[in-house]
Design a protein around this ligand. Structure first.
Ligand code: ARG
Length: 574
């Protein structure tokens, strides 16, 4: 298949619109909102008629007269002021299903191939990874998987915070702790290490002075301080990697390109911005004034690229990173999976990059923002005592809670089996709870909701998959080459839902919004349950049974592929 279902119908309706005298008019094809509107509705006729002062219903009729949906639709009619309702034929849907079944990639068509840089996870290495980085890691991983599935060349960039004044303090503290002989031990608790270093910094002026000295040494390339810094980063990255491993997120060292990597380029960037007349001096700092962004007083906002003291900023590093991503990595698209609160930073960054020519209009720069993770008290997620929740602890708890659930469902399974299942369920639940919400809104982290067996949750979908697997265990042998034939309405509805997978995946990639896929999988599982209730599978016979088993198989493949794109494993039994 070269086109998704929506693309196919859209192409045909657009052609009919053109043939009816509306060249270039948008067909605006959408899935129908209600069953009585058919399967798809084309809504473009009214606007096309209005723009050309035509009668919309008459135009709709002449579009239908010219519309070629032979072999695709079984019914096309006009509704209301000029909507075109399209019902797909069972033969056509069966053919799509048979094709999808024959292909490991479910015959999802690939869009034009792009180099896509996805900046995600990107924790600050001075401290231990905390829940704030969970969303970026999970959402970024899902987006990267979806883009790869569609054939894009995805380059993950873990833009870790590995540079800046904190590292002077931390390396100075490493010397102190190793003098006391317990640096390794102290570093095993990074959070505590940071806290203690900070305390020393605040309480002891001599230590603070030494920290500042170390920053200068680090930036000046001093061998000893650099070695300490590298050692610290290595330990901190190890902590991150343990979290990635637990989460099943494929980020590796090769994907790490931290802030420090851009260090040498920062003066070059500022000089370039000056030469282009974009950066100017203001109170001793170098600033790009942006007319596009007015502050409260109506003055253009200042995007500072070099501080008064000559130091560079997060903003400068991001400018250098865009140059690298576009210039060296040849990105056609760069996605920043970062907290929505950094929205203004990215808008300004992108504006400066366009003006400076670091990214032409052909390159898409997109901030994939997300909301805050909230506790059940509606405030940012914290431990009971008000501390930040360590990711590592949270993920251990996910396994524990899922183990209790799995043991309830299936007490007879041996413990190690239940542990394995629990890991997939626990991590799946944490990921799915995050991914199923529109990423831009804040979301409430709640163990009971995410581990519920009912509703739009990972365990519900994993269970749906396991149920289908059990059908195959009971069926014993089946004909893997049998054709799907759609006779019952519930069979046709299931096949229609299955045929919508490709459009869903394309939408996720376009909008960088994994929740479309979650909503789809939930809907698919629902359609499957309706099919399974009304159309006996194991109790049917012959070609009917073979066809129904194939529908089961395609549903299972689609659930597995879809959950896989979200980074969630399926289970043969649960
Ligand atoms: N380290 C930053 C933080 O923890 C996120 C970096 C995001 N990426 C970027 N290119 N600015 O907030």
């Amino acid at each position: 298949m070269t086109q998704t279902l929506l693309e196919l119908i859209d192409t045909r309706v657009s052609a009919a619109l053109a043939a009816a005298g509306c060249e270039g008019a948008a067909a605006i094809v959408q899935p129908a909102a209600r069953p009585e509107f058919g399967d798809y509705q084309a809504n473009g006729v009214m606007a096309a008629a209005k723009a050309r002062k035509m009668n919309p219903r008459e135009l709709a009729q002449s579009v239908i007269d010219k519309l070629d949906l032979a072999g695709i639709a079984s019914k096309v009619d006009i509704a209301g002021p000029g909507f075109i309702n399209i019902t797909l034929s069972p033969e056509f849907l069966a053919e799509r299903a048979n094709t999808a079944l024959s292909r490991a990639d479910l015959a999802v068509p690939h869009p034009a191939r792009q180099h896509v840089v996805v900046d995600y996870s990107s924790p600050n290495l001075a401290k231990e990874m905390h829940v704030g980085h969970l969303r970026s890691t999970i959402i970024g991983d899902a987006i990267a998987r979806v883009l790869r599935f569609l054939g894009h060349d995805v380059i993950a960039q873990n833009h870790v915070g590995d540079w800046g004044t904190q590292f002077g303090m931390l390396t100075a503290y490493m010397i102190e702790t190793s003098a006391a002989g317990d640096a390794e031990l102290a570093l095993s608790d990074l959070e505590g290490f940071y806290r203690n270093a900070k305390q020393r910094f605040d309480e002891d002026p001599a230590f603070a002075e030494k920290s500042r000295e170390y920053v200068v040494k680090l930036q000046g390339g001093d061998t000893e301080v650099n070695a300490l810094w590298r050692r610290f980063l290595d330990v901190s990255l190890h902590h991150c990697e343990a979290v990635y491993e637990r989460l099943g997120v494929g980020l590796t060292r090769a994907d790490v390109r931290g802030e420090s990597a851009y260090n040498d380029d920062l003066p070059v960037v500022v000089a370039d911005l000056q030469a282009k007349g974009l950066a100017v001096e203001s109170d001793g700092a170098q600033v790009v004034f942006l007319e596009e962004f007015k502050n409260k007083e109506g003055q253009p906002q200042a995007y500072i690229v070099r501080k008064q003291d000559g130091g560079y900023l997060y903003a400068t590093t991001d400018l250098a990173a865009v140059r690298y991503r576009v210039g060296t990595l040849h990105a056609d698209r760069v996605l920043y999976v970062v907290d929505a609160r950094q929205g203004l930073h990215f808008q300004q960054l992108f504006t400066v990059c366009r003006k400076a020519g670091y990214a032409s209009d052909a390159v898409q720069l997109q901030h994939v923002g997300f909301g805050v993770m909230l506790g059940d008290d509606g405030k940012p997620f914290k431990t009971r005592s008000g501390g930040t929740v360590k990711l590592a602890d949270l993920l251990v708890e996910a396994d524990e809670r899922a183990f209790a659930l799995v043991s309830e469902l299936n007490a007879d399974l041996p413990e190690d089996e239940r542990r394995k299942i629990a890991h997939a369920v626990g991590i799946g639940a944490v990921k799915y709870a995050d991914l199923s919400k529109n990423r831009t809104s804040d979301y409430t982290f709640d163990w009971d909701t995410m581990l519920a067996m009912q509703g739009n949750t990972a365990p519900y979908l994993q269970y749906a998959y396991a149920r289908i697997s059990s059908v195959f265990r009971k069926a014993g042998q089946w004909d893997a080459a049998a054709a799907i034939v759609l006779n019952e309405p519930a069979e046709r509805m299931l096949a229609l839902e299955l045929a919508r997978f490709a459009d869903t995946v394309h939408a996720v990639a376009r909008e960088a919004s994994p929740h479309f896929l979650c909503a789809y999988l939930y809907e698919l599982a629902g359609q499957f349950m309706r099919f399974y209730e009304t159309c006996p599978v194991l109790k049917s016979e012959g070609a009917t049974q073979a066809s129904r088993l194939q529908l089961c198989r395609l549903t299972a493949n689609t659930l597995k592929t879809g959950l896989g794109l979200l980074g969630i494993d399926v289970l043969e039994s649960m």
